[in-house]
Write a protein that binds this ligand. Structure first.
Ligand SMILES: *[C@@H]1O[C@H](CO)[C@@H](O)[C@H](O)[C@H]1NC(C)=O
Ligand SMILES: *[C@@H]1O[C@H](CO)[C@@H](O)[C@H](O)[C@H]1NC(C)=O
Ligand SMILES: *[C@@H]1O[C@H](CO)[C@@H](O)[C@H](O)[C@H]1NC(C)=O
Ligand SMILES: *[C@@H]1O[C@H](CO)[C@@H](O)[C@H](O)[C@H]1NC(C)=O
Ligand SMILES: *[C@@H]1O[C@H](CO)[C@@H](O)[C@H](O)[C@H]1NC(C)=O
Ligand SMILES: *[C@@H]1O[C@H](CO)[C@@H](O)[C@H](O)[C@H]1NC(C)=O
Ligand SMILES: *[C@@H]1O[C@H](CO)[C@@H](O)[C@H](O)[C@H]1NC(C)=O
Ligand SMILES: *[C@@H]1O[C@H](CO)[C@@H](O)[C@H](O)[C@H]1NC(C)=O
Length: 501
């Protein structure tokens, strides 16, 4: 009798623990890969197919499904499926049984159409995933790895990962990057870089200079590096273990679980911590807290006015749409007159607007001119100039040598902007505006009319839906003051089989 009880108890215990165990723990997923390892993606894997796990099973290397048919090799945080590192983020393989990953000394991702899409180019003996999420190719019995993913961060830094001056974080739309300078860390907007253009430029839009409160930077002692400390801050360091600068997270000096820092699609840099009781990532830090200080919150030729809750357009006659106020016909990078090679007014028209100033002007170079005309003249005949902003009060002239993004609205009407708009750039939804006015006039106060408008408007939204999705990829996910918290950080249960962002 007591033995039956015992058995019952054991069964209950087993049931209890088996339901408590996270379902991703599959004892057959190895903790190291040896030479000869090879694997292919399975069509049955919905979102993530693990290949290798770390000793705590918190992290996993595997195939991540992207846009249904694309495959990325990624290290994910298993409970949330959140990618922490991606092999070659700019080039994905196809999710097909002809795609192969193998380890022959190098860890290689191979696709018959594209060839080797990624390789560690090493002569190693095994691949392991450390309990820090660092993926390493090692020689047997050698402490220093031949290759490690921590040296090639993508858009994320995890706690204790060193970020050095020859690394960068790149947002997954490739528009923004985080880099270290001699004495600061900065966020940059990249122009033309992803296309490998010779005209590629970087524009600094956020800068945090080391305060040097606990240790000072000595020029001869080499570059600084940064690290997210488990104590809840981003530290910048030089040679001493004392930081030369500390940017505190909300959880400063609290013991919170895993921390990470991520460069988001909108160009903001955000910190999160993993709350295992809520099974979600909670926002812990953001570099930019004011929407108008983001690099391009209202898209191209947009206007962001601090204190107002929505975006508008530099051109009064255009209506704001997510993605910006003009549809550029591709080629928005590079020089304004590169298309036809003719400098002059043929390629563009002029747009002027009072009460605007450039964003992040403290980080821009300016010249002093004696008049608005002189300031505009600096831009007018120069192919690489897209616009000029003049402040009558100070005489400062800002010449913009990159495509016009979002400008700042100011109450000061003596601040004037001059912008070149490529000819052929269509005003967004001009037709939509006219349509709206006509409908408004016809149905005026009639309640029925309002109803019809609403239906039509909804349909228009639907029709525009697809285009908007594409815009999201092209522009920095600008939109009317998006929710800064959750936007692109969905945590998804891996076991539920739902797609990964
Ligand atoms: C565990 O992995 C093996 C081989 O990779 C697979 O056959 C099996 O179905 C997996 N089990 C679970 C519960 O996922
Ligand atoms: C591993 O495979 C890659 C791709 O086929 C090849 O380029 C490389 O030379 C191989 N490495 C070794 C050590 O055989
Ligand atoms: C991670 O591994 C190191 C040694 O490899 C060990 O000292 C540490 O306790 C481990 N941490 C966790 C959370 O398992
Ligand atoms: C980061 O750098 C520090 C100081 O150089 C070093 O002690 C530590 O091991 C490094 N961490 C990693 C994960 O490489
Ligand atoms: C980055 O710099 C460190 C020294 O600061 C060096 O050891 C490392 O090889 C460099 N990495 C790359 C990819 O250049
Ligand atoms: C890692 O796993 C342990 C249990 O194995 C858990 O307590 C901890 O919260 C996990 N950490 C993360 C970052 O998921
Ligand atoms: C055109 O503008 C760029 C950027 O402001 C500047 O570097 C260049 O010298 C200008 N060219 C001429 C001919 O003024
Ligand atoms: C610009 O400043 C001058 C004097 O500095 C003044 O006479 C002129 O009215 C101002 N123009 C505007 C548009 O404010």
């Amino acid at each position: 009798m007591s033995s039956t009880h015992h058995l019952h108890f054991t069964i209950i215990l087993v049931l209890f623990f088996s339901t408590k165990l996270p379902c991703f723990v599959n004892t057959s997923i190895p903790q190291q890969l040896l030479k000869g390892f090879s694997s292919i993606p399975l069509s049955s894997s919905k979102s993530f197919q693990p290949l290798l796990i770390d000793p705590t099973a918190n992290f996993s290397l595997g195939f991540l499904r992207h846009n249904q048919y694309d495959l990325k090799l990624a290290v994910v945080h298993t409970p949330s499926s959140q990618p922490l590192w991606i092999a070659n983020p700019t080039r994905s393989a196809s999710w097909a049984d002809t795609t192969r990953i193998f380890f022959n000394g190098s860890l290689v991702l191979w696709d018959p159409q594209k060839g080797v899409t990624w390789s560690t180019a090493t002569y190693g003996e095994r691949v392991v995933l450390l309990n820090t999420s660092n993926l390493q190719v090692q020689k047997q019995n050698k402490a220093t790895p031949l290759w490690e993913s921590f040296h090639f961060p993508t858009n994320t830094l995890v706690q204790d990962q060193n970020f050095t001056s020859n690394m960068s974080l790149l947002s997954s739309n490739a528009l923004y990057s985080l880099r270290l300078g001699d004495t600061f860390m900065g966020l940059y907007a990249n122009y033309g870089e992803e296309k490998g253009s010779l005209l590629s430029k970087r524009l600094l839009y956020w800068k945090h200079t080391a305060l040097e409160a606990k240790a000072t930077i000595v020029e001869s002692e080499g570059p600084i590096y940064a690290r997210v400390s488990t104590k809840g801050y981003i530290g910048m360091y030089q040679t001493s273990s004392k930081p030369v600068d500390v940017q505190k997270f909300n959880s400063f000096q609290q013991t919170s679980s895993f921390l990470l820092l991520r460069l988001e699609l909108d160009g903001n840099l955000k910190g999160y911590y993993w709350d295992s009781t809520k099974s979600s990532w909670l926002l812990n830090y953001q570099a930019i807290t004011e929407t108008c200080e983001l690099p391009n919150p209202c898209g191209s030729y947009g206007l962001c006015t601090p204190g107002q809750s929505s975006c508008s357009c530099l051109d009064n006659r255009a209506r704001f749409e997510p993605g910006g106020c003009f549809i550029q016909n591709g080629n928005e990078d590079g020089e304004l007159c590169a298309g036809d090679g003719i400098a002059g007014e043929n390629g563009y028209r002029i747009l002027r607007r009072n009460g605007v100033e450039p964003p992040h002007k403290a980080l821009l170079e300016q010249v002093t001119t004696s008049s608005l005309e002189e300031c505009e003249g600096l831009c007018e005949k120069n192919c690489s100039c897209w616009g000029a902003l003049y402040s009558n009060g100070t005489g400062f002239c800002y010449v913009l040598d990159y495509p016009i993004g979002t400008m700042l609205g100011t109450g000061d009407e003596s601040k004037v902007g001059y912008f070149k708009v490529r000819k052929g750039a269509r005003k967004r939804n001009r037709v939509g505006v006219i349509f709206g006015i006509v409908v408004g006039v016809i149905f005026g106060t009639v309640v029925v009319g309002v109803g019809i408008c609403a239906v039509r408007w909804k349909r228009m939204k639907k029709v525009n839906g697809k285009e908007e999705e594409e815009e999201e990829e092209n522009w920095a996910g600008p939109g009317p003051y998006k929710n800064l918290g959750s936007a692109s950080f969905r945590s998804i249960e891996m076991c539920s089989g739902s797609g990964v962002q």
